[in-house]
Ligand binder design. Structure first.
Ligand SMILES: [Zn+2]
Ligand SMILES: [Zn+2]
Length: 968
């Protein structure tokens, strides 16, 4: 006997039950161990999850995929590492801890103490790692959770040291000046990879038009002619070094309120509106020749006076920059401050006496530096009115033409949403030029799914600039760079090397992880001058942490050490990973990029063979989910309300290229369309099998003469092939859709057409047992296929109908070729089309299916259907006779709709049987409960049929239908 099932089901309770039972019976460890001696290997490389928050439903998509293919390979007998990864280091953790502690700036951290702060960060990320582990278990994700890797581990950090030393040896590592996007709150550069489209916000800034008196030679003779210059970042005006124009544009000299202004001809109307006249026109090229020097409003500030004195030829000059200057907006004359803008900086490098012309304006918190007079020490971003006030004051507003509100898309810090500024700073970089080609080659060695993903990656690789790897922060990889005051620097590649070279501070460091502040204590002897070299204070870009994992996480179990560094032979057995899967689009620039780059430098080989990317999770309306918008769905809530099997099914049945509109509505639909359909089939089987005391198949080989059985067995074996092939091709979408379609056939055709084989007291017990054997077999196979997608409901079904320990310890099913009968499947498909046509004819004629009809003729039939198949048509359509006329052309059915008295009587009998069955249900009769029934009348000669089909012991005359149970 199987456990009783019933039509009502609570999937969430089932899931919780199995989580408990798996724990009790050590199913997970048995699962992890089952292929440990296998010669076949499969290496799934996990991209580490940021351990900084509870898991969101969007994480569950990727994790469903990760679990799915590891389960598939496990059932197929592959040995695996089952290592989950946590990303623990970096600014994201710092920002959360800062929030927790109520910190506003880096000063607060310094006062709190770096050691205390770093310990807090470790604590926070370990806490979230635990939370995410529990949530992943709830998802049914089978991993070796005890053996998760952490990017903050010594293994990870020292392997990055090794990587950076390799970069140094290859001449790829350098310290450079660059204009970088900078968050003044976090006090650090934001690397190019980290600014996504989403991090541009629509912001309103006060834009400023300034007028700059301009002369031909810089001799101080100004002739009441001004350059009219426009900027959206007035805080940068003090650091102005030049004005750019486009030599290809037309410029006008416009007379307005007693002054004459140069600006692009196409902008004149827009800027002046009325009461102006154009004195003359000149091309940008001519304007350049006409005059080149101008006066700036802040020339008297010490830092500007100094720059002007040092570079009289170059400073405050009109320059040509056709790429930078358009007449779309502004005045066609662009303010250039190379110390405060990326394009400005590049222009300075190209045009001017770089680097002297790059005048830094603000410090890391956006406070004006020394040398800016009254501005020094004041915050440029917090006090935007500073500059406007100054412009109003200087020479009574001589330089200020007007201000105007301006709305534009402006980048903000992805962590704290503070507006970014641009600063020129010393940072550390990895050169991309020399490795760009090999990086592209390495990326092309792997298979990318979907295939356009490779082009996206190549596109990024073509355009990316050098990799900015330093951050002026606290919690992260300690960049292993020791700098000496003599100007040379050294990169340390391992802990051992550091110990060897240490001349000071080793005791303070020993016993600690290689993090700040402990590692900062160690000083080494400078290789050039012999003085003590100090570690730079910077920490690393977090994508170094995640990018190294193909090298740092393969650990030889015999030594417990990172095999890449200590046991290359072992490492080579696993590398490259067979499979990775993460979410598009962010990872093109992040994880995919960083593992490729690090692999290109270390091994010049792809770190993975197959990459599967998936799109994003949106809310049900297709909008981005946000905590602040209130439309975010938490994983825990979703698991509790919809259940994780339903959630997982939503993910696997989604085309990974398309964003998923996730929500409870879709969950209900998914449950109804798939899980409940499956449950009903399962319930039907168990209920009747128990009733008839089905004890399982007696013979090893399932042999059944019933054509429906043969058909569904053929279908299920074909399904095994389909699902296997799709999964081998990393296509969960097609695989799960094939299962859905199968379950639909199974329920709406096989089971429905087989109902009469079990209900009541059937005579043909052999056929009945064949039905049970077949359905049992199908459910066993189906639950094994389903195990990788839906670990809970598959276990629920499998465990109830088999004596095995767990579906998750089963081998992946292999199709029985002998069972596959393609011709039968074709015929059945044809038959179902005929049936559809027949039903449609009945509908148009308005004749219910319960009313038997005499005949159906199929014209132009391409198939000759055998008797059993014809029987199915007869039963389904309630037809006495089916005839076939071969021929060419469109298949047609002809239905004889004449209802003879005999047919009418038969119809009545069916109606009576239907009513009695309905009553039986309503008064709660068990399936074997005998009843007594009273009826006004019934067609003569059908008494036995009625009695048999409805388990009636006594049939008697009554005024209307009455029914009562017999005593047991
Ligand atoms: Zn920030
Ligand atoms: Zn030195």
């Amino acid at each position: 006997m199987f456990n009783k099932v019933g039509p009502k089901v609570n999937f969430v309770e089932i899931e919780k039950k199995w989580l408990e039972r798996w724990k009790e019976n050590n199913i997970l460890s048995k699962y992890l161990e089952r292929n440990k001696d296998s010669g076949k290997k499969f290496f799934f490389l996990d991209g580490p999850i940021t351990a900084n928050n509870p898991m969101g439903v969007h994480h569950a998509w990727g994790r469903t995929y990760k679990d799915l293919w590891q389960r598939f390979k496990n059932m197929q007998g592959f040995k695996q590492t089952f290592r989950n990864g946590f990303d623990n280091q970096g600014l994201w953790v710092e920002v959360e801890v800062e929030k927790q502690l109520g910190f506003k700036s880096k000063k607060d951290i310094e006062e709190y103490g770096i050691e205390n702060f770093v310990n807090k960060c470790k604590e926070a990320t370990l806490h979230w790692s635990k939370v995410q582990t529990e949530q992943s278990k709830r998802l049914g994700y089978f991993m070796n959770w005890e053996n998760s890797y952490y990017t903050m581990s010594d293994d990870n950090n020292y392997t990055i040291w090794h990587f950076l030393k390799t970069c140094k040896e290859k001449g790829l590592l350098y310290k450079g000046k660059d204009s970088v996007p900078w968050c003044p709150r976090c006090g650090t550069a934001i690397s190019q990879h980290e600014i996504l489209q989403e991090e541009y916000h629509e912001l309103v800034h006060e834009s400023v038009f300034i007028r700059l008196a301009f002369s031909k030679t810089g001799d101080g003779l100004f002739k009441n002619e001004y350059l009219l210059v426009w900027t959206t970042t007035p805080w940068t005006i003090p650091a102005n070094a030049m004005v750019a124009l486009n030599p290809g544009l037309k410029y006008s000299l416009v007379s307005f309120e007693g002054k004459k202004y140069w600006l692009a001809s196409n902008r004149v109307e827009f800027v002046f509106k009325k009461d102006f006249w154009v004195e003359k026109e000149a091309s940008g090229k001519e304007l350049l020749e006409l005059g080149r020097y101008y006066k700036g409003p802040f020339d008297s500030l010490p830092v500007i006076a100094k720059a002007k004195k040092e570079n009289p030829e170059a400073f405050h000059r009109l320059v040509s920059a056709p790429d930078l200057v358009s007449e779309e907006e502004g005045t066609g004359l662009v303010h250039i401050a190379p110390g405060c803008g990326a394009e400005d900086f590049r222009l300075a490098v190209k045009e001017l006496n770089y680097p002297e012309m790059v005048i830094p304006a603000v410090d890391e918190s956006a406070n004006y530096l020394e040398g800016y007079g009254g501005l020094s020490g004041k915050n440029a971003k917090e006090n935007p009115e500073l500059i406007l006030d100054a412009l109003k004051e200087i020479e009574n507003g001589e330089y200020l033409f007007k201000t105007e509100e301006y709305t534009h898309r402006y980048p903000v810090c992805w962590r704290c949403m503070t507006e970014l500024i641009w600063r020129v700073v010393d940072e550390w970089y990895i050169k991309m030029g020399p490795i760009r080609e090999s990086l592209k080659e390495v990326a092309s060695q792997a298979a990318w799914k979907p295939s356009w993903a490779l082009n996206r990656e190549i596109d990024w690789l073509n355009n990316m600039s050098d990799w900015l790897i330093s951050k002026k922060r606290y919690w992260g990889l300690a960049l292993p760079i020791w700098e000496c005051e003599c100007g040379s620097f050294e990169v340390i590649g391992s802990k051992e090397e550091l110990r060897e070279k240490a001349i000071e501070g080793w005791q303070k460091f020993e016993g600690h992880s290689p993090h700040r502040p402990w590692v900062d204590e160690v000083k080494i002897k400078c290789g050039s001058c012999g003085k003590a070299a100090t570690r730079i204070k910077d920490v690393g870009n977090p994508w170094l942490d995640a990018g190294i994992v193909p090298f740092s996480t393969l650990v030889n179990p015999e030594t417990g050490k990172v095999s890449y560094l200590t046991d290359k032979e072992y490492w080579k057995k696993w590398f490259p990973a067979d499979f990775i899967t993460e979410c598009f689009p962010g990872q093109f620039k992040n994880w995919f990029y960083s593992i490729l780059a690090m692999s290109a430098v270390l091994e010049n080989k792809t770190p993975f063979k197959i990459l599967l990317g998936h799109a994003l999770v949106r809310d049900e309306k297709g909008e981005e989910m946000h905590k602040s918008k209130g439309n975010a769905i938490w994983f825990d809530d979703a698991a509790e309300k919809m259940g994780v099997d339903v959630m997982r099914w939503m993910y696997v049945t989604q085309n990974p290229e398309i964003n998923l509109n996730f929500g409870y509505g879709l969950a209900d639909e998914t449950r109804r369309k798939f899980h409940l359909l499956l449950w009903n089939v399962y319930n039907f089987f168990v209920t009747y099998a128990n009733l008839d005391e089905f004890k399982g198949r007696k013979d090893e080989k399932l042999e059944t003469g019933n054509i429906l059985d043969r058909w569904i067995l053929s279908k299920v074996n074909n399904l095994v092939n389909l699902v296997t092939d799709f999964l081998e091709d990393y296509d969960a979408y097609s695989a799960s859709r094939a299962i859905e379609s199968f379950v639909n056939d199974f329920s709406t055709w096989y089971i429905r057409r087989s109902r009469s084989r079990v209900s009541g007291a059937v005579e043909d017990t052999k056929d009945r047992d064949n039905f049970y054997s077949t359905t049992h077999e199908v459910l066993l196979i189906l639950s094994k296929l389903l195990a990788v997608f839906n670990p809970f409901v598959s276990e629920e079904i499998f465990k109830n109908i088999s004596s095995e320990e767990s579906v998750h310890l089963q081998d992946w099913p292999i199709a029985d070729k002998q069972m596959i009968d393609t011709e039968l499947e074709e015929k059945m498909a044809f038959l179902r089309e005929l049936v559809e046509m027949g039903h449609s004819k009945r509908r148009t004629e308005n004749i219910k299916v319960r009313q038997p009809l005499s005949s159906l003729i199929v014209e132009n039939s391409p198939h000759e259907l055998e008797e059993q198949l014809v029987g199915l048509i007869k039963d389904e359509l309630n037809i006495k006779k089916v005839g076939f006329k071969p021929g060419k052309g469109e298949v047609m059915v002809k239905l004889d709709t004449e209802i003879t008295p005999e047919l009418r009587e038969e119809g009545e009998v069916r109606e009576i049987i239907r009513k009695i069955q309905k009553e039986r249900k309503e008064i709660g009769c068990g399936l074997t409960q005998k009843i007594e029934v009273g009826l006004p009348s019934w067609p003569e000669g059908f008494e036995n049929e009625i009695k048999k089909k409805t388990l009636v012991e006594k049939l008697y005359k009554a005024k209307s239908l009455e029914i009562k149970r017999c005593s047991e």
